[in-house]
Design a protein around this ligand. Structure first.
Ligand code: ZN
Ligand code: ZN
Ligand code: FE
Length: 748
């Protein structure tokens, strides 16, 4: 662990130079930077490890192929020439093949392969790069490739199998490739028919597909790559990096790879198998996880035959078992730093180190994008991304992962932490274990996870914005301002609530959120009494330019029937309105995510989501690059407890702008800007200098960067996510911290 201090530019440069200027014989297996508050170092020293802390074993993540192994597989004179399972102590499979500790070959899925004499010699020679490389293998003794047809018959072996798979991809077929942590589905990313076929078969209509490129140079032809993004692409973690496309609608990539998306999810080959395949092809391929919808990625070739039947035309498989599924990680550069949106291969299960002391705690996470976490001593080990706990498969993966983490680290948790939502499968799991359960409010978990990775203790203002989470008052929270105290939190403010007709169905249909907002403000017109001016403590924030027309509170939505209503059939609208009127299946929510949805629908961008968060994502992309200083008016009602942030003035202005033919890009940009202003205003009212940004909404680069800039301009210290996702993938980490805080409270 290296800690350095300096100005941001120097630190960036340090990060970029470490990989190229490190001592020649060293190899970096993991470079996961995290920007923390300065301590005030004045010299460089190498300190002894602290011997007092609890000893926990580090399980290494899987490491992308090192340059030397790459040299081996492309050297015709080398005995590992073209061998797809080449590795050494610096690189190769770790977490995906470890069954138990200590990390020795008999405890990995390599135990099935007895080393040949040559490999054994390397393994025993301290001067050899493969000294005690547990997965050491060669063409003589190691795993082998086979190409299977859909009935599971082997049609080619070894390098022939790889060449045949490459041929299939060239011909436009979909190939299931057993990789490191699971199967990929691959096809030619330039071939429109292939990509369309893959989408159709996978029943994945619009969600962007990840790409694997043969070389960095080709990535740079298609995308803008900053030095930080380049470092990430080439890093031992080798994640999928979200990169801005060079030319919108680049002709060489099929449009259906990422429809209407200015970004491409790009990775480089990270195993010898992928390197060999990509060198053979020489063009980018779609490399999406081998699964159906949100199920966990397939790891076993026989299961893959069953589950990917009808999706893949051929199967490139091998005989090294994958012990646990590990998806590709996804990162995005936000505010100049990497932000992990999906933490799995290359990162998991490296711990988040804290200053806490913990008896073993198991946290079971949330529901969507689930991860679990173990708190041991000072470390919190967050599992790889497990997915949505919707299907039997993902629930099994969830149970398996808990079991295997407990085994790996040899602990029995004394406490279990879970979400407050009674219906989450993770909550139900926690309840049946029979050890003390700590229920943690969802948005509090979000903030604590961000504080944990920023190594923050004490008080702060948490801005926790996401789709939904179970609130303390039984309503759906999601637009929360929480004052974090030493042991707990206080909900100081939230967005004004509105009813979501059809509850969860609103997640799939942004137009329902729009209808909920519209209904909420129309209802207000009918029951006029709650006039803002009559509330003495209510502060009104007006954007400087809001002089165009007198505001008719509530009435503009009513009088100018918004376009989005046309997306409903007459009967649908009638039913939904009657649900709203009777309060049937229309839970109240303060969700910021749903506010994004509503605005996207109002602007006519999207009324139905093909995947989670699509509308909000498109709203971000629409606003992207629009330079605007204006923002919409809003109010923060300080007469209420908690304070209520009212979106209504903003909404009626948006409807007015739409009516006046203002471009949707401008409205979208202004909307983002307004949300950042709301955060600043709330921060001023609450008066905490540290402001923590967490929750799924802060995957939004524009929102996050604008909020960071504005908070800094106003003298606040914003903190955001880097190593752990702001989405529900970070919930488990926060739950561990919450449990520690709660117990700390009870012992004092
Ligand atoms: Zn290597
Ligand atoms: Zn061998
Ligand atoms: Fe959440």
């Amino acid at each position: 662990m290296i800690e350095v201090e300096g100005n941001p530019v120097t630190l960036q440069e340090f990060l970029l130079r470490v990989p190229s200027e490190k001592p020649p014989l060293s190899y970096i297996q993991s470079l996961e930077p995290s920007v923390l508050d300065p301590v005030g170092f004045d010299s460089f020293e190498i300190r002894q490890s602290d011997p007092t802390g609890a000893r926990t074993t580090l399980v290494l993540p899987d490491i992308a192929t090192c340059p030397k192994c790459l040299g081996d597989i492309f050297d015709p004179a080398n005995r590992r020439y073209l061998y797809p399972f080449t590795n050494c102590t610096n690189c190769g499979s770790r977490y995906s093949i470890i069954e138990s500790l200590p990390y020795d070959r008999p405890n990995t899925s390599m135990k099935h392969f007895a080393m040949c004499e040559d490999c054994q010699q390397e393994y025993e020679d301290p001067r050899n790069r493969r000294f005690h490389a547990q997965p050491n293998a060669c063409p003589e003794c190691g795993p082998r490739l086979e190409l299977w047809n859909p009935s599971g018959a082997c049609v080619a072996m070894r390098h022939e199998a790889l060449l045949a798979a490459a041929d299939a991809i060239r011909q436009g077929l979909v190939v299931a490739v057993k990789g490191l942590g699971g199967f990929h589905l691959m096809c030619d990313a330039r071939n429109v028919d292939s990509v369309d076929a893959l989408r159709q078969r996978k029943r994945r209509e619009e969600k962007p597909l990840a790409l694997m490129y043969p070389t960095l140079e080709m990535v740079k032809d298609h995308c803008d790559v900053s030095p930080t993004e380049e470092r990430l692409l080439l890093s031992p973690e080798c994640p999928i990096v979200l990169l801005r496309r060079r030319i919108a609608g680049d002709v060489s990539i099929a449009p259906s790879v990422a429809p209407g998306n200015p970004y491409l999810g790009v990775m480089l080959p990270y195993t010898p198998l992928h390197h060999l395949l990509m060198r053979e092809l020489g063009f980018p391929v779609v490399a999406t996880s081998g699964n159906l919808r949100e199920e966990p990625i397939c790891t076993d070739e026989h299961v893959a035959l069953e589950r990917l039947k009808g999706i893949a035309d051929v199967f490139l498989v091998h005989d090294r078992p994958i012990v646990r599924h590990v998806d590709d990680s996804i990162v995005r550069v936000i505010a100049g730093r990497e932000l992990v949106m999906r933490r799995a291969r290359g990162y998991a299960p490296l711990p988040v180190c804290t200053k806490l002391t913990m008896n073993p705690i198991l946290a079971v996470g949330g529901h969507l994008k689930n991860t679990v976490a173990l708190g041991i001593g000072q470390d919190i080990f967050v599992s790889q991304h497990l997915g949505d706990l919707e299907t039997a498969q993902s629930y099994q993966a969830f149970e398996r992962t808990i079991g295997s983490l407990e085994n790996l680290f040899e602990i029995q948790p004394a406490v279990i932490a879970c979400d407050m939502h009674p219906d989450y499968l993770s909550t139900k799991y926690a309840d049946k274990i029979g050890i003390p359960v700590n229920r943690v409010q969802h948005h509090y978990s979000h903030i604590l996870s961000c504080m944990a990775e920023n190594e923050l203790e004490g008080t702060a203002l948490g801005v926790s914005w996401d789709g939904t989470g179970y609130g303390l008052d039984g309503t759906l929270w999601g637009g929360e301002f929480l004052r974090i105290t030493d042991q707990s939190f206080e909900r100081v403010a939230h967005f004004r609530t509105f009813a979501l007709p059809g509850g969860d169905r609103a997640i799939k249909e942004p137009r329902r959120s729009a209808l909920g907002l519209w209904y909420e403000t129309s209802a207000e017109v009918e029951s006029e009494p709650s006039h803002p001016e009559s509330l003495p403590r209510k502060r009104e924030f007006n954007a400087p330019q809001s002089v165009s027309s007198p505001r008719r509170r509530g009435s503009s939505l009513e009088s100018q029937k918004p376009e989005f209503l046309k997306s409903f059939s007459e009967i649908e609208l009638k039913n939904l309105l009657s649900m709203l009127a009777k309060g049937i299946n229309s839970p109240a929510t303060s969700s910021a995510g749903r506010l994004f949805d509503a605005v996207a629908s109002l602007l006519g961008i999207r009324h139905r989501n093909a995947f989670e968060g699509q509308a909000a994502m498109e709203l971000e992309y629409l606003a992207d690059g629009v330079d605007i200083d204006e923002y919409y008016p809003y109010t923060i009602d300080q007469g209420a407890t908690p304070y209520v942030v009212d979106w209504q003035p903003m909404l009626s202005k948006i409807v007015e702008d739409l009516h006046n033919g203002i471009a949707a890009q401008l409205i979208a940009a202004k909307f983002h800007k307004s949300l950042a202003e709301i955060i600043v205003a709330a921060a001023k009212i609450v008066g905490e200098s540290r402001v923590i940004l967490s929750g799924g909404c802060f995957q939004n680069k524009l929102l996050t960067e604008t909020a960071i800039t504005r908070l800094q301009e106003e003298g606040f210290r914003p903190y955001w996510h880097q190593r752990v996702p702001p989405n529900d993938g970070g919930i488990a980490l926060g739950q561990v911290v919450a449990a520690v805080r709660a117990n700390r409270g009870s012992t004092h």
